[in-house]
Design a protein. Structure first.
Length: 62
């Protein structure tokens, strides 16, 4: 059974990504959790793909 290292968690004001291995928040606060990011977190949870998605959404926020 594989263990998920990253999970999306609801927090006041939106969603954040929790790193279960490092036991800390990872990435930015999202008011709305993007569908493709949420699908990746709930699916394979490939760290490289998650990082690419986070960079894309961070760039869109600017």
């Amino acid at each position: 059974m594989s263990r998920r290292w990253y999970v999306a968690r609801g927090v006041p004001g939106g969603y954040r990504i929790w790193n279960t291995r490092g036991r800390r928040w990872w990435g930015d606060l999202y008011e709305l959790c993007p569908d493709d990011l949420l699908a990746e977190l709930n699916g394979k949870a490939d760290p490289d793909k998650i990082t690419a998605l986070l960079k894309r959404y961070r760039a869109l926020k600017r």
